[in-house]
Every structure is written in structure tokens, then in C-alpha cells.
Design a protein around this ligand. Structure first.
Ligand SMILES: NC(=O)CCC(=O)C(=O)O
Length: 261
């Protein structure tokens, strides 16, 4: 099975949801024009980390995000991994991923599990506590968000449902891009799967963000690496490479979960 994936490495207007909503159609249209099966956006692309204003600007129950992405998915007949967006539910705020199929149907919802204290998420957001699993052209996949990649036990837990692709939307600062690359490669190698990671570019009042969105194969090779400019790039992956990696070295079968508690 081959899957064509577009990485929408966008800049984000700080706290301006309407402006960010207005920008995504051009990325979706370009991805569809490049025959992509799925287009992937970065973390919290609706507002950025304008945390103190979330009461005014976070998307209530993700309703606006869902309406927009469902209509774009249907219009361009393409799956949309909507990165993540700031959402509001029951008087709490979340950093939430939505994934839509090419008919606009919502396939999964995931709230970021590990909140990132260095960017004050834990002061403003509630943490998620649920796994997620969905399919891209019949291939099992899962999603985490940014800081989650520093928790290999969480990605392993998600991978045990036979995920062959791990998606990672991010707002990862420029100063730690070398760690971003190494962590993502390690997660791909140890889980013997593809990693599709989309970082934002540009800056907010506290950080510069370094792009370097990347698609990594199950052996840790970078198949596509973006620079630090706003852009969309497309690559095709071959899922049979995950079977080859797992057949050659049966890491999942060799696990000793009885010793891991
Ligand atoms: N938005 C984030 O979760 C950033 C995580 C990060 O920068 C890290 O170093 O981890």
C-alpha cells in the first residue's frame, strides 16, 4: 500500500483564529493538486500559544474547525489531519487533534496527553487521557502532539494497536530542532513505523519555531525534510516497508512486557 502525504508547514497568526482559518484552503487545494491522500497541519494552528486569551478564542467543542475541515475534505476529496487546535469543552481548554476522511467524516479526536510546562500549557490546559487510532487507506495509524514524543512509553502503547504511521503535529522551537530530529527518528526505529511530523514556522512573542517537518521511514531514514520557510511538500510512502522491518527484526514479538511494570 502506497500513501501520498502532504506536509503543510504553515506560519500561524498569533491569536487570530479567523485569519488562520482563512489560510488553510490554499494548502488543502495544493495538496489535492499534488494527488495527496492526506494533508497534515501543525499544532494549535487556529490560535498559536495565545493561552491567556483562550476563553475568548479557543474553538468551542472544535465546532468551527470541524465545519471548515469537513467542507474542505469533501470539496477536495482528501483526508485532513487537522494538526491540533485549541478547543474549549465544559469550561476547560484542550490541545485537540481531529482527523477527517475524504468525505469529511470525523475519524478521531485526541487531546494532548503530556502538557508542556516550558510553554505554560499546564497552567491553562487540561490533559487528555485517551488513546487514538484511525486508518489511512486501510492502514492503521495513530497521532500524538509535539511534547508527547519525549514519552516513548506512550508512543509504544499507541503502536501496540499495530499502527504503521505515527503523526506528530508540533510547535517546536528552533533552539531544539536537533533534539526534534533525533527523537522522531528514535520513535520511528523503535516502533518500526513511519513518522510524519509537521512543525510550524515563524514566531510568537516567546519563541521562534524551526520548521524541519519530516517524514521518517521505519529504519530512521528521512524521506522528506522541509526547511524553515512556510511551504507544503508531498511525499509517497510504501507501508510494506513496515512489514519488512518487522519481519527482519521481530521487536514486537520479542518484547517482555511481564518485566516492564
Ligand atoms: N509545543 C510543544 O509541546 C513543544 C515541545 C518542545 O519544545 C520540547 O522540547 O519537547
Amino acid at each position: 500500500m502506497k500513501i501520498t502525504i502532504s506536509l503543510a508547514q504553515m506560519d500561524i497568526h498569533f491569536g487570530q483564529q479567523a485569519a488562520n482559518f482563512a489560510r488553510i484552503e490554499s494548502f488543502v487545494a495544493q495538496a489535492a493538486n499534488e494527488q495527496a491522500d492526506i494533508v497534515v497541519f501543525p499544532e494549535m494552528w487556529n490560535t498559536g500559544y495565545d493561552l491567556t486569551r483562550f476563553d475568548d478564542i479557543a474553538d468551542a467543542d472544535g465546532a468551527e474547525t470541524k465545519k471548515l475541515c469537513q467542507s474542505l475534505a469533501k470539496k477536495y476529496h482528501i483526508m485532513i489531519h487537522a494538526g491540533s487546535v485549541a478547543t474549549k469543552r465544559h469550561q476547560q481548554f484542550f490541545n485537540t487533534t481531529y482527523v477527517f476522511d475524504e468525505n469529511g467524516q470525523l475519524l478521531t479526536t485526541y487531546d494532548k496527553v503530556h502538557l508542556f510546562g516550558l510553554m505554560h500549557e499546564d497552567d491553562f490546559l487540561a490533559a487528555g487521557n485517551q488513546k487514538n487510532r484511525f486508518e489511512v487507506k486501510g492502514t492503521p495509524a495513530t497521532s500524538v502532539i509535539c511534547y508527547d514524543i519525549r514519552f516513548p512509553e506512550w508512543l509504544r502503547t499507541l503502536s501496540l494497536s499495530d499502527s504503521r504511521i505515527i503523526f506528530v503535529p508540533a510547535e517546536w522551537p528552533t533552539s531544539r530542532i536537533p533534539q526534534w530530529k533525533r527523537l522522531l527518528a528514535a520513535r520511528a526505529i523503535e516502533n518500526q513505523c513511519f513518522v510524519v511530523a509537521v512543525n510550524r514556522v515563524g514566531a510568537d512573542p516567546d519563541n521562534d519555531f524551526g520548521g524541519n517537518s519530516v517524514v521518517i521511514d521505519p529504519l530512521g531514514n528521512e524521506l522528506l525534510t522541509l526547511g524553515s520557510e512556510e511551504t507544503l511538500k508531498t511525499v509517497t510512502i510504501d507501508i510494506s516497508e513496515t512489514d519488512e522491518a518487522r519481519g527482519f527484526m521481530p521487536v514486537f514479538a520479542d518484547r517482555r512486557p511481564d518485566l516492564y511494570e
